[in-house]
Design a protein around this ligand. Structure first.
Ligand code: AMP
Ligand code: GLY
Length: 422
């Protein structure tokens, strides 16, 4: 089969590497891909949101199957367009991708279908939002409605901070149209768990759970990032918690979407918080998480293309999906300064033997060598029988990889290890 993957980050590299293992994949393209993905697929310089370009390419190469990685093309309707042209796709249609692209939609859905989440109010008028804050207790969470590159969430410890966040979104339009509507919600506490799932809209198959590390600094300090590292499985996600999430969150969510006429097919990502009152939804994503995918897919034992096609064709109930009982770890090597400003263009050296376990996010080819081109540069991973071993192996690999200006957190997985011991 001729397969194309849309996107060009570490997540897409992980998807590409897994698809490449499939004997059924004969040609593999990535649009636009990046300097590292080019080792595993043919990269084509068409942007992930250039829907016309993508469609034209799919027709020209007679693509049989498309996997849409990032949220923006999904929110723009990439899957609708490709499916209407006869190209089978992995990913939700636009009317289902809204579960991520509008936080107001997601919150209202959860309220209507009694899916546990933080208590909240939504606002389109700044004065009403500011008045509401006077009555609210701190800390409190202010969220822009739309997509904001993971930066549209502010946890305010004090009333002035909360007011400032509301003004930044609604008056200063820091997130453009994404901040025209906002959600103000209750601050929740507890361990966070990411659960990616395959769903065809009727059946939901959770993948192995994982734990992200969103803050830039060690000890979970500093600014929020796209994610500085991940481990899988997440020790907080016990079988009992998993069963409760299935009954209270996963199944109710896909049923709710189907009932709303927005059947979700693809990877639905549940961002959960395990509070003392039970698991609650922090956010939904309509796609594979990044860098969760870099630890989840290496543990998948079943052929990825086979599972994806079962999702597309509504046959997931009849498709066994098996994960390894091993553990995986991913350490993000970033450019120093990220998520703020940083220098790029530095050559990267990766020993040949380590390439198999490196997922490239922000690097490009320049005169035959790989150079840094983004904030998050590499996801360096390992799979082993235990989490401590996986972390050890991943960090050993990190030590062997070099570029000027590199920065990584040295404490990825420490919270998971502490939870494992508890
Ligand atoms: P989101 O972009 O919705 O995933 O939010 C980013 C991060 O903010 C989450 O991973 C949480 O760590 C934190 N967060 C979001 N909502 C809440 C909440 N209601 N209570 C506490 N922390 C939250
Ligand atoms: N790692 C979180 C996300 O993909 O949104």
């Amino acid at each position: 089969m001729r397969v194309m993957v849309i996107g060009g980050g570490g997540r897409e590299h992980a998807i590409v590497k897994k698809l490449k293992e499939s004997e059924r994949v004969t040609e593999l393209y990535c649009l636009p891909g990046n300097g590292g993905i080019g080792r595993d697929a043919i990269c084509v310089n068409i942007g992930a949101t250039d829907l016309d370009g993508i469609l034209a390419f799919a027709k020209e190469k007679q693509i049989d199957y498309a996997v849409v990685g990032p949220d923006d093309p999904l929110a723009l309707g990439a899957v609708d367009l490709l499916e209407e042209a006869g190209v089978a796709c992995f990913g939700p249609r636009k009317n289902a991708a809204v579960i991520e692209s509008s936080k107001v939609f997601a919150k209202n859905l959860m309220k209507r279908y009694h899916i546990p989440t933080a208590r909240y109010e939504t606002f389109t008028e700044m004065d009403a939002a500011l008045a509401y804050l006077q009555t609210a207790s701190m800390p409190i969470v202010v969220k822009a409605d739309g997509l904001a590159l993971g930066k549209g969430v502010l946890i305010a410890q004090t009333l002035p901070e909360a007011e400032q966040a509301v003004r930044a979104m609604m008056a200063d339009k820091r997130f453009g149209k994404s901040g025209e509507r906002i959600v103000i919600e209750e601050f929740l506490e507890g361990p966070e768990v990411s659960v990616l799932s395959f769903t065809d809209g009727k059946t939901v198959v959770p993948m192995v759970s994982s734990m992200d590390h969103k803050r830039a600094g060690e000890g979970d300090t500093g600014l929020n990032t796209g994610g500085m590292g991940t481990v899988a499985p997440n020790p907080c996600f016990s079988p009992a918690v998993a069963e409760r999430c299935m009954q209270e969150i996963f199944l109710p969510t896909i049923r709710a979407m189907a009932e709303e006429g927005r059947t979700f097919r693809g990877c639905l990502y549940f961002g959960l918080m395990l509070t003392k009152d039970g698991p609650k939804v922090i956010e939904y994503n309509c796609r594979f998480g990044d860098p969760e995918t870099q630890v989840v897919l290496p543990l998948l034992k079943t052929d990825l293309l086979t599972v994806m096609q079962a999702v597309t064709e509504g046959r997931l109930a009849d498709c066994p999906v098996e994960f390894s009982a091993q553990a995986a770890a991913c350490v993000i090597m970033a450019s120093k300064g990220y998520p703020g400003s940083y220098e790029k263009g530095f050559p990267i050296t990766i020993p040949d033997a380590d390439w198999e376990h490196v997922y490239v996010a922000g690097a490009k080819e320049r005169d035959g060598e790989l150079v840094t081109s983004g904030g998050r540069v590499l996801g360096v991973t390992a799979v082993a029988n235990t989490l401590p071993q996986a972390l050890h192996d991943a960090y050993e690999r990190v030590e062997r990889i070099h570029f000027e200006n590199e920065y990584y957190r040295r404490d990825i997985g420490q919270r998971a290890l502490a939870a494992e011991e508890a």
